[in-house]
Design a protein around this ligand. Structure first.
Ligand code: NI
Length: 163
């Protein structure tokens, strides 16, 4: 186990399309363990491998009940719409207004290569979309409506999360 350094969006790694995982080996398991530890340490909701400098399609998401490990994930279903505050561990201290589906279902492989599906609403759906965007080199600031102001953040303190 070990903490990895979280890169900011000034780093080129945050803007590259990541490659699929092909080997479900100890190196992948170590990456997933480190990403989960790094996410917990940063108090975030989700973390994508390019945020720690690894250009592979790997994501971890804390649903509040468990921490999902998503390898080679893709969106298979979305429904509805939500517009709300969104943050990113790679864009510290800022939040933007981003439109996302209200519901999202992803299909992914686990650390041993077995396929499964996971679904969620509200924050979880937002997080799935945010993290999968990272794997295609997209940071939320590129698709947001605008940054939230200090005044708006103070008025909505419990709505802030970082992914
Ligand atoms: Ni992020």
């Amino acid at each position: 186990m070990g903490l990895r350094k979280i890169l900011t969006d000034a780093e080129p790694a945050l803007h590259k399309v990541c490659r699929p995982v092909e080997k479900f080996d100890r190196k992948l398991h170590k990456l997933l363990d480190d990403m989960k530890e790094t996410l917990a340490d940063a108090n975030g909701v989700g973390l994508a491998a390019p945020q720690v400098g690894i250009l592979r399609r790997v994501v971890v998401v804390d649903t509040g009940e468990t921490v999902l490990e998503l390898v080679n994930p893709s969106l298979v279903e979305t429904d509805g719409e939500q517009v709300g505050a969104e943050g990113c561990l790679s864009v510290p201290g800022k939040y933007g207004l981003v439109k996302r589906p209200y519901y999202a279902k992803v299909r992914a492989q686990n650390r041993d290569g077995e396929w499964f599906e996971a679904e969620g609403e509200e924050l979880i759906a937002r997080c799935f979309c945010h993290e999968l965007d990272h794997l295609d080199g997209i940071v939320y600031t590129e698709i947001m409506e605008r940054f939230l102001t200090e005044e708006e953040l103070c008025a909505d303190e419990d709505g802030e999360t970082s992914e």
